[in-house]
Design a protein around this ligand. Structure first.
Ligand SMILES: NC(=O)c1ccc[n+]([C@@H]2O[C@H](COP(=O)([O-])OP(=O)(O)OC[C@H]3O[C@@H](n4cnc5c(N)ncnc54)[C@H](OP(=O)(O)O)[C@@H]3O)[C@@H](O)[C@H]2O)c1
Length: 249
C-alpha cells in the first residue's frame, strides 16, 4: 500500500506520457508507468527512478481487455485505490491524414480502438479504484484537432487539416470525457480532456514546436485540480496566442 497519491499514466514509457509520469512523480506522487512492452516499460521506469521518481512498471496494453483487467486487479491488490488516471496512450496512422474521400475504415477502426474504445475499457476498469480515492482525477489526452469548432473555423491554425481518423477519434474522446464528467458530477472525481499542443515526439517525427515536457504540463494541471476544480472541459494549449485555456468542443 502506498500512502502517497497514486497515479497511472497509460503509454507512460515515452513522449508526453513519460514526461507526465516524471512531472507527477516530482509532485510527490507514486507513478505507475503503463506500458504494453515490458522492456520499454522497464527502461522508462529505470530512467525515472534514476531521476528520483517513485515510478513502478504496470504492464498494460490498453486495447486488450484481459491486459486491462489484469492491470486493474494488480493495482487493487497492491494499492487498493487510484488517485489519478491519465489516459495518454494514443496513435495516429500515416494514412490517417488522407482526405475523407480516401479514408479507409480499417484505419478509422484501428485508431478508434486505441484512442476511444480503449479509454472506455481502461476507465471502467479503474473507476471503482478512483472512486475510493479522496479526489480522483481522470485526464483524457485529447487534441485541438478533436474540436469541431476549431476544425471548421477557417481562421484556426488547424483549419488546413482535412482528415477523418485521428480528428474524429479525438472528437469522440471529447464526448466520452463530457459524458463521464456528467455521470460523475456528484462525486469527488473530476474528468477533463487535455490539449497538449503540437509537441515534438515520435508521434509526429518530432515536428512539433512544443516539447513533450510542455505538453505534459497540461495533463499534470488537470491531474492535480483542487476539489472545486472544473470537470467536463477540454483545457490546454491555445495555438492562436500560445497561451492556456478552455478550448471549445
Ligand atoms: N505529440 C503531439 O503533438 C500531440 C498533440 C496532441 C495530442 N497528442 C496526444 O498525446 C498522447 C501522447 O502522444 P505522444 O506524442 O507522446 O505519442 P508517442 O510518443 O507516440 O507515445 C505514445 C505512447 O502511447 C503508447 N501506446 C500506443 N498504443 C498503445 C496501446 N495499444 N497500449 C498501450 N500503450 C500504447 C506507446 O507505447 P509504445 O512505446 O509501446 O508504442 C507510447 O508510450 C496521444 O494520446 C496523442 O494523441 C499528441
Amino acid at each position: 500500500m502506498t500512502t502517497t497519491p497514486l497515479a497511472l499514466v497509460t503509454g507512460g514509457n515515452r513522449g508526453i506520457g513519460y514526461a507526465t509520469a516524471r512531472q507527477l512523480a516530482a509532485r510527490g506522487m507514486t507513478v505507475l508507468v503503463g506500458a504494453r512492452d515490458a522492456d520499454r516499460g522497464a527502461a522508462a521506469v529505470a530512467a525515472l527512478r534514476d531521476g528520483g521518481a517513485d515510478a513502478r512498471p504496470l504492464p498494460l496494453e490498453v486495447t486488450d481487455p484481459v491486459s486491462v483487467a489484469a492491470a486493474a486487479e494488480q493495482v487493487e491488490r497492491e494499492h487498493g485505490r487510484l488517485d489519478v488516471l491519465v489516459n495518454n496512450a494514443g496513435i495516429v496512422r500515416a494514412d490517417g491524414m488522407a482526405r475523407p474521400s480516401e479514408t479507409t475504415l480499417t484505419t478509422i477502426r484501428e485508431v478508434f480502438e486505441t484512442n476511444v474504445f480503449a479509454v472506455v475499457t481502461v476507465t471502467n476498469a479503474f473507476l471503482p479504484l478512483l472512486l475510493r480515492a479522496p479526489a480522483g482525477r481522470i485526464v483524457n489526452v485529447s487534441s485541438e484537432v478533436g474540436s469541431i469548432t476549431a476544425m471548421t473555423d477557417p481562421e484556426s491554425s488547424v483549419w488546413p487539416l482535412t482528415s477523418v481518423p485521428y480528428p474524429s477519434s479525438k472528437a469522440a474522446l471529447n464526448m466520452v470525457t463530457a459524458m463521464y464528467a456528467k455521470e460523475l458530477r456528484d462525486t469527488a472525481v473530476r474528468v477533463n480532456a487535455a490539449n497538449p499542443g503540437y509537441c515534438a515526439t515520435d508521434f509526429n517525427g518530432h515536428s512539433g514546436y512544443r516539447t513533450a515536457e510542455q505538453g505534459a504540463e497540461v495533463s499534470v494541471r488537470l491531474a492535480t485540480l483542487p476539489a472545486d476544480g472544473p470537470t467536463g472541459q477540454l483545457w490546454g494549449h491555445l495555438a492562436a496566442d500560445d497561451s492556456y485555456g478552455v478550448l471549445p468542443w
